[in-house]
Design a protein around this ligand. Structure first.
Ligand code: PLP
Length: 424
């Protein structure tokens, strides 16, 4: 039986097949990526994509919400349960929109926000200069201590005292160490700021209790749903009861129209998956794999920002290797190892050609890779680095990567379901 997609749009069908082959035939080390389960994938491709549901359960602007109201309540309840939060809004289209909604809920345009500098590991939406968040708001950035590669809370406090932000943002997109959300909460209190915590990268680790949760220490917690949390692409906001109405109004009608109900449905599924002992074991293994990969990279003479990792990601400082991040990322991609080049704290190279490489283990861990495979990956990276201009060696590594991938098929993963929901 040919699928509807194959029949009606062979061109796109073929491209999806190619992407499926690429995802299963490469080692995916981009720390913000993952493989979702078959159940999550089925929810995103369900008929919920056909439904408009502007508003919230019980207060919609369109009729026909008998089922959508129930689904959204389930998603909210599951989010509240796993994150131990008073209130959850599961409608943000993505992490970026969730952050903008969090700011809009609490402060006025041109008020000051203070977040981590993008080139030190913060996200665009934490007030970086090319982001609208720095145009709508006055933005001040704190930086990493370039000697330790870690956050320097005393310096952050000093900067906050100097600039008196209305919002202090904790959280990062490229920080390999544990973040002390309690101290961020204290600093925010001391300067009369709200504390918004963005756990987009580490949400899965937080749910599993491996990284301390910011929920008790933040006014609003923002997250994506598709990184370590292993759900569909989307965003979510959690907050204390006192901010619930403001948060809901900021998302709708403040920023968005109708929620993507198919995504919201899949978020509910992912939250149920996250609320299991299997998920806790998965999250623990993410960190074990990251530590194994980091240790082996150090043995091969790579420098890591902060000297290692506490979480799912690490940043290689390539300056001692004399290879720019982009050049190595591209060579690794040819060897079927997918990473992203990244700035490192204190980078003197330009941001479009930075000195670092960012690696993470959420996707390979979903695949079933354990410490020995993580160490094997370090050896692959070492070989490509040492033979950066030898295409034959890079090709050889690519073949070995493909072999390793074939021994660890992506579990429960499918892109194009057939009529029985199985793999084609
Ligand atoms: C990924 C990320 C986001 C943005 O998420 P999108 O879904 O890509 O908009 C926001 N904040 C942090 C810290 C992130 O890592």
């Amino acid at each position: 039986m040919r699928t509807a997609l194959e029949q009606y749009d062979p061109q796109i069908y073929e491209l999806i097949r190619q992407e499926e082959a690429r995802q299963s035939g490469s080692i995916r080390l981009i720390p913000s990526e993952n493989y979702v389960s078959r159940a999550v994938m089925m929810a995103t491709s369900s008929c919920l994509t056909n439904k408009y549901a502007e508003g919230y359960p019980g207060k919609r602007y369109y009729e026909g919400q008998q089922v959508t109201d129930l689904i959204e309540k389930v998603a909210q309840d599951r989010a509240k349960k796993v994150f131990k939060a008073d209130h959850a809004n599961v409608q943000p289209y993505s992490g970026s929109v969730a952050n903008l909604a969090a700011y809009a809920a609490l402060i006025q345009p041109h008020d000051t926000i203070m977040g981590m500098s993008l080139v030190h590991g913060g996200h665009l939406t934490h007030g970086w200069k090319v982001s609208l968040t720095s145009k709508f708001f006055n933005s001040v950035s704190y930086e990493i201590n370039t000697e330790t590669g870690r956050l320097d809370y005393d310096k952050i406090r000093d900067l906050a005292k100097k600039h008196h932000p209305k919002i202090l943002i904790s959280g990062a997109t490229a920080y390999p160490r544990t973040i002390d959300f309690e101290i961020f909460g204290q600093i925010a209190k001391e300067v009369g700021a709200y504390h918004v915590s963005d756990i987009a990268h580490i949400a899965g680790l937080v749910v599993a209790g491996i990284h301390k949760s910011p929920v008790p220490y933040a006014d609003i917690v923002s997250t994506t749903t598709h990184k370590t949390l292993r759900g569909p692409r989307g965003g979510m906001l959690l907050c204390r009861a006192e901010h619930a109405d403001k948060v809901d109004r900021a998302v709708f009608p403040g920023l968005q129209g109708g929620p993507h109900m198919h995504t919201l449905t899949a978020i509910a599924v992912a939250l149920a998956e996250a609320d299991t002992p299997e998920f806790v074991a998965y999250a623990k293994q993410i960190v074990k794999n990251a530590k194994a990969l980091a240790e082996k990279l150090l043995e091969y003479g790579f420098n890591l920002v902060s000297g290692g990792t506490d979480n799912h990601l690490m940043l290689i400082d390539l300056r001692n290797k004399g290879i720019p991040g982009k050049k190595l990322a591209k060579a690794l991609d040819r060897a079927r190892i997918v990473t992203n080049y990244n700035t490192i704290p204190g980078d003197t190279a330009p941001p479009f050609n930075p000195s670092g490489l960012r690696l993470g283990t959420p996707a390979i861990t979903t695949r079933g890779f354990k410490e020995p495979e993580a160490q094997q990956i370090a050896a692959f990276i070492h070989r490509v680095t040492e033979n950066i201009d030898k295409e034959s060696v890079i090709e050889e590594v690519g073949k070995e990567v493909l072999l390793l991938c074939s021994q660890f098929p992506v579990p429960e993963h499918f892109i194009i379901p057939n009529r029985n929901g199985g793999r084609q």
